[in-house]
Design a protein around this ligand. Structure first.
Ligand SMILES: CC(=O)SCCNC(=O)CCNC(=O)[C@H](O)C(C)(C)COP(=O)(O)OP(=O)(O)OC[C@H]1O[C@@H](n2cnc3c(N)ncnc32)[C@H](O)[C@@H]1OP(=O)(O)O
Ligand SMILES: O=C([O-])CC(=O)C(=O)O
Length: 376
């Protein structure tokens, strides 16, 4: 099991900041459970929609419930014209996470969650629409103003993402990897972006505001942005020997290596074994294993030198790259998945709410009078 470390110190580490029935991290099974189920089993046996249903509604769906849920999501993919117009005005140089943040916020203007009765529909709409939204912008801005059709025949969110990105039905292998990837990223207790969403929810704000804030928190390289940073690292390495040399230099210079280490796990992240296996399969299917081989060497060096292990992000970099996904779109995929966790936490917070308002230890000046401006 991927055990949790001894937690103390800055960053609220180890402090219980609320209750959740959604997931456990470092407590049982392989180290990560969603509503009692091991993430490894979910990733091996379920489509992402089953996992989203579990996280949002509490139990795994039966076949009829899954079919109905997928049909509902499929019917909600269209982009409002006003959202398309906003997306078309965002430059190609923008970071796709900023596009996600703006797109989510714009949707909140167009389809405002007027009451908490609408929370499930508001969430489903975002789940259905986000993959097409980011790829609409990407194709328009990077492909000579190409306006893609987002109402595809794709059977799932996994397929929809790859289909709207590449303009064709993805292979069975790529769709399977995307289901597993979306499952692995779906939920992770009180991580930084989820906590952002819960703080926002605790003021009784609307779902789109909670998700917009969470996207901003996920963007940073210490959190979701690490998969993109990991790709930038490994694509600069020529082969495993070069990887070893470059990493040793970075460690000597005390640089941070993105995609390694974790705030809670002590010696492994259970999601890594799953995505690593998929990365290897993709490498073999591509007939070019160099990126995978480089990643394996990085993993060995980091463990040997620092006892630091790959987190969920590291092998996602090579896996996504093998599927032809541009590096800048890596973290938006995380959004399309983690949206389930964020929304479920917002719902949980709303069901038993008190405004989140911790205290601070004051380290400033002693109490003092305001001097007249002539005496300052
Ligand atoms: C899906 C996700 O969000 S998973 C996390 C993705 N983020 C990354 O991959 C970014 C790289 N990793 C990190 O920055 C950190 O490991 C975090 C942010 C994930 C966790 O931070 P913390 O809980 O503060 O880390 P921790 O307490 O284990 O750090 C212990 C020591 O190891 C070092 N360390 C931790 N991770 C790394 C790393 N990836 N590279 C180099 N050194 C590291 C820390 O700098 C610290 O050294 P110090 O005591 O000299 O300051
Ligand atoms: O839990 C964390 O701190 C970060 C993480 O792995 C996640 O959000 O998936």
């Amino acid at each position: 099991m991927a055990a949790a470390k001894q937690l103390s110190g800055a960053g609220l580490r180890g402090q219980v900041a609320g209750k959740t029935a959604l997931s456990t991290v470092g407590k049982s099974g392989s180290g990560l459970t969603y509503r009692g189920y091991d993430v490894k089993d979910l990733a091996a046996q379920c489509e992402f929609e089953e996992v989203a249903y579990l996280i949002l509604k509490g139990e795994l769906p039966n076949q009829a419930e899954l079919d109905a849920y997928k049909a509902k999501l499929k019917s909600m993919r269209a982009l409002p014209q006003a959202l398309k117009e906003v997306l078309e005005r965002i430059p190609a140089s923008a970071h796709p996470m900023d596009v996600m943040r703006t797109g989510c916020s714009m949707l909140g203007n167009l389809e405002t969650e007027e009451s908490f009765d609408q929370q499930q529909d508001a969430t489903d709409r975002m789940l259905a629409l986000f993959p097409g939204m980011i790829n609409y912008w990407y194709n328009f801005s990077h492909n000579n103003g190409k306006r893609i059709e987002v109402e595809t025949a794709a059977d799932s969110i996994a397929e929809q993402f790859l289909w709207t990105l590449h303009g064709e039905k993805p292979s069975e292998l790529h769709t399977q990897v995307m289901h597993a990837s979306l499952t692995l990223y779906a939920e992770h207790e009180f991580n930084a972006s989820t906590f952002t969403a819960r703080v926002c929810a605790s003021t009784l704000s609307d779902m789109h505001s909670c998700v917009t804030g969470a996207i901003g928190s996920l963007r940073g390289p210490l959190h979701g942005g690490a998969n993109e940073a990991a790709m930038e690292l490994i694509e600069g390495m020529n082969d495993p020997e070069d990887a070893e040399q470059k990493l040793m230099g970075m460690l000597e210079r005390k640089e941070k290596i993105m995609g390694f280490g974790h705030a809670i796990y002590s010696e492994s992240d259970p999601r890594n074994a799953v995505i690593k296996e998929w990365s290897e399969k993709l490498a073999n299917a591509n007939g070019d294993t160099s990126l995978y081989d480089i990643s394996v060497r990085c993993e060995a060096v980091m463990w040997r030198e620092k006892k630091l292990f790959c987190n969920a992000d590291f092998f996602h970099a090579s896996a996504y790259n093998y599927m032809g996904i541009p590096t800048k779109l890596f973290t938006p995929i995380f959004v399309c998945s983690r949206l389930t966790g964020w929304a479920a936490h917002v719902m949980e917070q709303r069901a038993d709410n008190r405004i989140i308002r911790p205290s601070a230890e004051y380290t400033g000046e002693e109490f003092r009078p305001v001097p007249a401006i002539s005496q300052r």
